[in-house]
Design a protein around this ligand. Structure first.
Ligand SMILES: [Zn+2]
Length: 427
């Protein structure tokens, strides 16, 4: 028997609408009622939770681990270490590996590799289309049986609406959530930055907000037509927030997620041509940032995530329009969101923020996670919401360093991550 007690913490468990000070008891990897303490016969590990938030282990539903195929950017092991250091006990990895995760054998490989090497829970997604090419459906039923938690072509977007309709219908039959990277290829063309003032001034090809909004609209129509949930990934544009809000008010099964860079930065940041500001979808205008903040405040956008996208230095150190899209995010996202959403803009309180990282993603993907209910797996994150710290990319656990937030001063950080009752990271 192994037993741990976290004493005098502020226990925040949005799944059970709980926010109170108290102790949390863990026995053999499960949450146990604290009244059972007197029955513990073995030695008890004690953790001081005073001045800390004790919450369900955080879940990031949008992470790119680069195995198989691109281990020089990130491995499942290093990505999991980065997740633990960011306060995450569960991460959901995207299928754009090499080979793509569009078949049961690759899913089995990822799951085995995660079991052998990862210090946090790694849950794979499967591709919507074969080789993420958007032309022929992957075998969605077999992917479901292989244990994927959702399907997505993230990094790419199925352009053929009829093919996407069939994907959503199959997904409904096998009860799999659909996640979508919203990008209309014809509208976006070779765009690399938000189409607006700065793209014009700098002479860089523009990626118009309408390129995202058109596919968000498509997904709203298909969610209604197929009566199945579609979750829109990394929402960046004001128009997308309006569309999702209106559709949700009508009861359409649609949702959206937010990455920290889309509220921490605007397209003004691209003027130095630093490729660490190049992401897909791109950084947008102040108006878009404000609309996303309002969408978070009123619940239109219900999930927070990183879109953790590691790339090696030599890959990013090229001309702006040649560089790959994306930044690492696992080790900075919680600090950025607490700093910006709770402290600076006061859009949500810490309890709602934790809900957007626990009960909301668990509900979307039907995970046995994201709660401190009695009997639940003892995945727990300890957060100091007032801790002031400085981001240092040279101290990242990730294999990659492509972050625009080096040297940023943030307030709020995870100080310990527990997975199945075991501490996997501690500040
Ligand atoms: Zn994407």
């Amino acid at each position: 028997m192994s037993a741990t007690i976290i004493r005098n913490g502020r226990i925040v468990d949005p799944a059970n609408n709980r926010d109170e000070s108290g102790d949390l008891l863990i026995v053999d990897g499960k949450i146990v009622d604290v009244s059972q303490l007197s029955t513990i016969s073995s030695e008890l590990d004690e953790i001081d939770g005073s001045n800390l938030v004790v919450c369900p282990g955080l879940i990031d539903i949008h992470v790119h681990l680069r195995e198989p195929g691109f281990g020089h950017k990130e491995t499942i092991a290093s990505g999991a270490r980065a997740a633990a250091a960011g306060g995450f006990s569960t991460i959901v990895c995207m299928p754009n590996t090499s080979p793509a995760a569009d078949n049961p054998a690759t899913i089995a490989w990822i799951k085995d590799r995660a079991t052998e090497t990862a210090c946090v829970n790694v849950l794979p997604t499967g591709a919507i289309s074969k080789n993420i090419a958007g032309e022929e459906l992957a075998s969605i039923g077999s992917l479901g049986r292989a244990g994927v938690v959702a399907i997505t072509d993230d990094g790419h977007c199925v352009q053929n609406h009829e093919l996407m309709r069939r994907a959503v219908e199959y997904a409904r039959m096998v009860d799999l959530p659909v996640l979508d990277h919203c990008q209309d290829y014809n509208l976006v063309g070779n765009g690399v930055v938000h189409e607006g003032y700065w793209s014009t001034l700098l002479g860089l090809p523009g990626w118009p907000a309408a390129g995202e909004e058109a596919i968000v609209m498509r997904n709203i129509l298909l969610a209604g037509l197929c009566d199945h949930h579609i979750h829109c990934q990394h929402i960046s544009a004001a128009g997308s927030v309006r569309l999702i809000r209106e559709a949700r008010n009508r009861g359409v099964k649609i949702s959206g997620e937010v990455c920290p860079h889309h509220i921490a930065l605007t397209d003004e940041a691209i003027q130095n041509f630093d490729t660490n500001y190049k992401m897909n979808p791109p950084l947008r205008s102040k108006e878009d940032v404000n609309a996303i903040l309002e969408g978070i405040a009123d619940g239109t956008l219900s999930i927070l995530c990183s879109d953790h996208a590691p790339h090696a230095g030599f890959e990013k150190e090229v001309e702006f329009d040649q560089a790959p899209f994306g930044i690492v995010g696992l080790e900075t996202e919680l600090g950025l969101f607490i700093d910006l959403l709770v402290h600076k803009h006061r859009k949500v309180d810490i309890k709602r923020l934790i809900g957007m990282y626990t009960v909301e993603p668990a509900k979307l993907l039907k995970l046995n996670a994201g709660t401190l209910s009695i009997g639940a797996p003892a995945d727990v994150t300890l957060i100091d919401p007032d801790l002031e710290w400085t981001v240092r990319v040279d101290q990242f656990q990730s294999e990659s360093r492509n972050s625009p937030f080096d040297q940023w001063k943030l307030k709020g950080r995870a100080v310990r991550t527990i997975v199945n009752g075991k501490t996997v990271w501690k500040l």
